[in-house]
Write a protein that binds this ligand. Structure first.
Ligand code: ADP
Ligand code: MG
Length: 730
C-alpha cells in the first residue's frame, strides 16, 4: 500500500490520539520563560541590574566584570527552572534560527565537576559556523565569525520535550565586523531611524529623546496532516507541491474564511499559543484564512527588534508543536497552486518615548502637523526607494505569490485612503501659495475626527496594495510568509531614516532663509507630496489597468527575484545603506550574492524534486495504468468485439501516451537547461538562467502534463496525496 493510502487510513485514529496541553490562564504563564527586567531585579545585584537595564534602555555597553555578575544571576534563574544548557541564539542568512548548545557543566583543573556560566560565555561565542552563508565575506576577511550578546532582546528558555535550554539572543558577525546575520543590520537601522526621527520630532516636541519603530506582524500558514505531508516528497524537500491537479472544490466557496476553526487545528493552535505565551510572544488573534487549511495568527505589536525575534521564534515553535499533533505547518509562500498563498503583513509605525504614535493623526494642530510630517516622509521614502523595498522582499518562494491576483503586485505603491488622499491633494494644490500662521485650513487639519471615516474607507479594495495606511500605521503586505521580517524592516527603517534626515536639512534651509518653523515644515511637506505622488494608488492593485498605469507612471515592476535584487547593489543603495551605517559596500555585495545563491539553490532543488517525482512516481503510475488499459483493449479485441466497444479506452490510452512522452522529454530538457545554467560563472547570470530557462521554460509545462495524468490515471495507482486530501482531510 502506498504511503498515501496508509496516511488516509490512519487519519481518524492519529488525529484523536493527541493529548492537548492544559490551558492555563494567559496572565499566569505569560513571559514565565523570559528573563525580563523584573526577573533581573530579583536575581541580580543592584550594580548588575543597573548595568543591564541601562544597556537595554540606553544601549550602553556592559563591561566584562559586570557581565560575570549578570551571568551568575541568569544561571541561578535558569537553573531554578531546570535548565542545564545554554546557547547563543542567532538568525543567520539561511532563513532559520541557529543554535549551538553548551552545558553549564564544566570540569575544574583538579577534576571537580561544577556548573558554571561566566561573563565571557554570555557576551561572546564562536560557533563553528564556517558553513553559514557569507557571500564570500569570510573568505576575503577572516575564516570564522562570532556571536555577540544583544541585551536589547531578552533571554528566554526554550523547552523541547523534556529538555530546557537558555537561549541568548545574539548578533552574528565576522572578526572584521561585517554582519553575517539578519539582526546586526536591523539594530543599526533602528539606531539610524531613532536618531533621524528624534531630530525631526524636535520641531514639534523637545521632550522626545527616543523613537522606537514598532512592528505587528500577521503570520499566515497552512496546516495539513503530517502523514499526508510526509507522503509528498516535494512538500518535505521544497515546502511546496510542485504537482497536483486542482480539486473539484478548492477555495471558490470561500467557506473556510472566518469559518469555525477545525477542532484538530484548534487544539494545535491552543498548544502553540501556550508555548508562545511562556516565551512572552503576545499572540492575540487567530482565525481561518481564505484558502482551505490556511490560518493566520497575529500578536500585539512590539518594538521591531523584539517583534522580529518573536516572529522567528514563533515559526520555530509552531513547527515543533505541530509534530506533537501529527500535523505539519507549511510556512511556504505558495504551497498549493491555484489556492491562495501566504504572506506576512508587517504593520509598522514609530513610537516616541513620550508615548506618541507618530503615524496616528493628532488632536491638536501641532500634533497633526507632526503626524503629517511622518506620514508624508514615509510616502516619500517608499517613492524614492521603491526598488530597494521590492528587493527586500524578493525570494524564490515569494515570486509565486507577488502579482498572482491574490497578493499585492510586485509594483510598490502606497494606499492612503480617500480622506488622506484628499488632504494630500489639497496641500499639493496650493503650490506657489504662501502659507501663513493664520492658515486654518492646513495647519489645523482636524484629522483625528476623520479616523472612523478613514477606517470605513479601508475596505477590501485596499487589500490589493503592497503598502497601505491603515489608520495609525502602515502595513507592508508584500512580505512573504516564510521570510524573516528583519530584511523588510531593515530596509524600511533605513529608507525612512534617510528621508527624515533629508527632510531636516530641507526644513532647516528654509528656516535659515527666514521661514517660521511650521511654515517651513509645511513647504517641505508640500514639496514631498509633489515629488512622490506617483507612488500613491487607491485602486485595484490586482487589475491589468494598474500594471499599465504603473508603467506609464514609470514605477518599477520587477517580476522576478534575480532582477529585483539588482536594486541592492546600485550606487543609490550603497549610498543609502552606507551613509546610514547599516551596510558597507562589501556587506551589500555579499548579501546580494547570498540572496542570488539562495535563489539558485531553491529553484535547483525544486527542479530536481520535479524530475525525481516525474520519473519515480508519476510515470510508473501512468505506465501501469496504461498496461491495464492495453490488456483490456486486447482482451476485448480478442473476444471479437468491434472497435466501438473499446474506443474510449483507446482515447484514454492515447492521451496518457501523449502526456507520458511530454513529461519525459520535458524533464529531459529541464535537466539539460540545468546543466547549461550550472556552467555559468557569474552568480547573477546563473540565477537568471535558473529563473528563465529552467523554471520559466519547464516548470509549468511539466506540471501541466503531470496534472493531466493525475486526472486520467486510476486513483489507487496514484501514489502522491492529492490536493483534495491534503487540503480537506484532517
Ligand atoms: P488586519 O488583519 O485587519 O490587518 P490585524 O488586527 O490582524 O488586522 O493586525 C493588525 C496588526 O497591526 C496587529 O498585529 C497589531 O498589533 C498591529 N498594530 C497596531 N498598531 C500598531 C502600531 N502602532 N505599530 C505597529 N503595529 C501595530
Ligand atoms: Mg493585515
Amino acid at each position: 500500500m502506498s504511503l498515501r493510502f496508509e496516511a488516509i487510513g490512519n487519519l481518524t485514529s492519529d488525529a484523536n490520539d493527541v493529548k492537548v496541553a492544559g490551558s492555563a490562564k494567559i496572565t499566569a504563564i505569560f513571559g514565565s520563560n523570559v528573563f525580563t527586567l523584573k526577573t533581573a531585579r530579583e536575581y541580580l545585584s543592584d550594580e548588575a541590574y543597573k548595568s543591564l537595564s541601562n544597556s537595554i534602555k540606553g544601549g550602553k555597553k556592559i563591561d566584562r566584570a559586570v557581565a560575570s555578575h549578570i551571568a551568575n544571576g541568569i544561571r541561578a534563574w535558569a537553573e531554578s527552572k531546570g535548565v542545564t544548557h545554554f546557547t547563543h541564539w542567532f538568525q543567520p542568512l539561511t532563513g532559520t534560527t541557529a543554535e549551538k548548545h553548551d552545558s553549564f557543566f564544566t570540569l575544574k583543573g583538579d577534576g571537580t565537576a561544577i556548573e558554571e556560566f561566566d561573563g565571557a560565555a554570555l557576551i561572546q561565542q564562536e560557533p563553528d559556523a564556517s558553513s553559514f552563508p557569507s557571500g564570500g565575506l569570510r573568505a576575503t576577511f577572516e575564516a570564522r565569525g562570532y556571536t555577540a550578546w544583544d541585551p536589547s532582546s531578552p533571554m528566554f528558555i526554550m523547552e523541547i520535550g523534556q529538555g530546557k535550554t537558555l537561549c541568548i539572543p545574539t548578533i552574528f558577525v565576522s572578526y572584521t565586523g561585517e554582519s553575517l546575520d539578519y539582526k546586526a543590520p536591523l539594530l543599526k537601522a533602528l539606531e539610524a531611524i531613532n536618531k533621524a526621527a528624534v531630530e525631526v520630532c524636535h520641531y514639534f516636541d523637545k521632550n522626545v529623546t527616543k523613537v522606537t519603530p514598532t512592528l505587528g506582524w500577521e503570520q499566515e500558514y497552512f496546516v495539513i496532516d503530517e502523514a499526508l505531508g510526509n507522503a509528498r516528497p516535494d512538500l518535505v524537500q521544497c515546502g511546496r507541491t510542485v504537482f497536483g491537479a486542482s480539486p473539484a472544490k478548492g477555495q471558490q466557496l470561500e467557506d473556510h474564511y472566518f469559518g469555525s476553526i477545525p477542532e484538530r487545528v484548534y487544539a494545535f493552535m491552543r498548544d502553540f499559543e501556550q508555548e508562545s505565551y511562556k516565551l512572552g510572544i503576545p499572540l492575540r488573534t487567530r482565525h481561518n484564512e481564505v484558502a482551505p487549511a490556511q490560518f493566520e495568527c497575529a500578536p500585539i505589536f512590539e518594538e521591531v527588534n523584539i517583534a522580529v525575534d518573536h516572529n522567528t521564534l514563533l515559526m520555530d515553535v509552531m513547527s515543533r508543536v505541530a509534530k506533537r499533533h501529527k500535523l505539519k505547518v507549511l510556512l511556504h509562500e505558495k504551497p498549493f497552486a491555484g489556492i491562495n498563498g501566504s504572506g506576512k503583513h508587517n504593520n509598522w509605525s514609530m513610537a516616541t518615548d513620550t508615548g506618541v504614535n507618530l503615524l496616528a493623526p493628532g488632536k491638536t494642530p501641532k500634533t497633526n502637523l507632526m503626524f503629517l510630517t511622518f506620514f508624508v516622509n514615509t510616502i516619500k521614502a517608499v517613492h524614492d526607494y521603491a526598488d530597494i523595498m521590492r528587493a527586500s522582499i524578493a525570494s524564490a518562494p515569494n515570486d509565486h505569490r507577488l502579482g498572482a491576483n491574490e497578493a499585492p503586485p510586485a509594483i510598490i505603491s502606497v494606499f492612503v485612503g480617500q480622506y488622506l488622499a484628499k488632504v494630500l491633494s489639497d496641500i499639493e494644490a496650493r503650490v506657489g501659495d504662501k502659507f501663513d500662521e493664520q492658515d486654518e485650513a492646513i495647519l489645523k487639519l482636524d484629522l483625528h475626527r476623520s479616523i472612523p471615516e478613514l477606517m470605513l474607507d479601508n475596505t477590501d479594495r485596499n487589500r490589493t496594495s503592497p503598502f497601505a495606511f491603515t489608520g495609525n500605521k502602515f502595513e507592508f503586505r508584500a512580505v512573504g510568509s516564510s521570510a524573516n521580517c528583519a530584511n523588510a524592516m531593515t530596509t524600511l527603517n533605513t529608507i525612512m531614516a534617510a528621508t527624515l534626515k533629508q527632510f531636516k536639512k530641507d526644513v532647516d534651509a528654509l528656516i535659515e532663509k527666514g521661514d517660521k518653523k511650521e511654515i517651513a515644515v509645511m513647504h517641505v511637506i508640500q514639496k514631498y507630496i509633489v515629488e512622490s505622488k506617483k507612488v500613491l494608488f487607491e485602486g485595484d492593485g490586482y487589475s491589468d489597468e494598474w500594471h499599465n498605469e504603473a508603467e506609464r507612471r514609470g514605477l518599477p515592476n520587477m517580476k522576478t527575484t534575480p532582477v529585483a535584487l539588482d536594486a541592492m547593489v546600485t550606487d543609490k543603495a550603497k549610498h543609502l545603506f552606507e551613509s546610514n551605517n547599516v551596510y558597507t559596500h562589501s556587506e551589500l555585495e555579499a548579501r546580494h550574492e547570498i540572496e542570488l545563491e539562495n535563489y539558485i539553490k531553491k529553484v535547483q532543488i525544486e527542479a530536481r524534486v520535479m524530475g525525481d517525482l516525474a520519473i519515480n512516481h508519476i510515470l510508473p503510475a501512468a505506465i501501469k495504468y496504461q498496461n491495464e488499459l492495453l490488456a483490456n483493449v486486447n482482451g476485448l479485441k480478442a473476444a471479437g468485439l468491434p472497435e466501438s466497444a473499446y474506443a474510449s479506452q483507446l482515447t484514454i490510452l492515447k492521451q496518457i501516451s501523449e502526456h507520458i512522452q511530454q513529461v519525459y522529454s520535458k524533464v529531459d530538457g529541464m535537466v539539460e537547461a540545468r546543466k547549461v545554467a550550472n556552467k555559468l560563472e557569474d552568480t547573477r547570470a546563473k540565477a537568471i538562467a535558473y529563473c528563465d530557462d529552467v523554471k520559466g521554460k519547464y516548470f509549468d509545462d511539466i506540471r501541466y502534463h503531470v496534472d493531466k495524468l493525475e486526472l486520467l490515471v486510476d486513483d489507487p495507482n496514484w501514489t502522491l496525496p492529492k490536493y483534495r486530501e491534503m487540503l480537506f482531510l484532517r
